[in-house]
Design a protein around this ligand. Sequence first.
Ligand SMILES: CC(C)(C)c1cccc(C(=O)NCC2(NC(=O)c3cccc4nocc34)CCCCC2)c1
Length: 228
Amino acid sequence: MRFDVLTLFPDIFHAVMKESIIGRAQEKNIIEINAINIRDFSKDKHKKVDDYPYGGGGGMVMTPQPIYDAYLSIVKDLPHKPKVIYLSPQGKVLNQKKVVELSKEKHLILLCGHYEGVDERIIEEIVDEEISIGDYVLTGGEIPAMVLIDSVSRLVPDVLPSEDAYKNESHYNGLLEYPQYTRPYEFMGRKVPDILLSGHHAKIEEWRKEQSLKRTLEKRPDLLKKRD
Ligand SMILES: CC(C)(C)c1cccc(C(=O)NCC2(NC(=O)c3cccc4nocc34)CCCCC2)c1
C-alpha cells in the first residue's frame, strides 16, 4: 500500500515513520510512505505557500497553486486517480470501520492543513473525503495523517508479524482490553489475580472476556452498541 502525504513538514514523517512496525513494513516494501513538501511546488520567488484570507480576519490560508501542483506531480503518470483524503476538523471522525475500509485501497493521498487551513477550491477540486481524528484543536493535519497511516497499515497483510496479527479489532471484537499483568507477582503490595496463575486456560479466557465486557460497560458503553 502506498501513502503520499502532502505536507509543509515532511521531516515529521521521516522521523516517525521509520520506527516500529511501519518502518519494518517499509523495509519489506509492503508499505510505501512518501512525504511531499508542498513548499517545493510554490512558484513564488520566496517559496510562499500561504497568504492573507479574502474578507480579512486573523491568520493565513494555504494557497491553492502549490498544493495543486504537488498533487499533479503524484497523479500525472498514474492510470487511476488515487483517493485524496483531507485530514480536517470538518471530516467524519475516524473509527475502526473506516480504517478497515481504507485498508482495502492500494494508494492514498493525504493532505495536511496548516495555519487556518487550505483554500476551499483545493477541497472542491482534488479532495474526495475529509476525515477527522477527533474534536480538539490541533496545529496541523500531520499528526492526524500519522494516526491514519498507523491504523490503516496494521491491517495491510504481512505488516504485523504473524504472531501479532491477532492484535487487530477482530481480536478485541470491539471491546476494551482486559487488565494485563506481568512479573513480579507482587508489586506495591498488590498481587496478580490467582486465576492467571492457575494454568486453567479455559477459565483464564472466561475471566478475560468477563473483564473486557465489564470494563467496556463501565468506561465505553458506546462501543457495545457498535458491535455487529
Ligand atoms: C471543533 C474543533 C474540532 C475543536 C475545531 C474547530 C475549528 C478548528 C479546529 C482546528 O483544530 N483547526 C486547526 C486545524 N485542525 C486540524 O487539522 C484537525 C483538528 C482536529 C482533528 C483533526 N483531524 O484531522 C485534522 C484535524 C489544523 C490547522 C489547519 C486547519 C485545521 C478544530
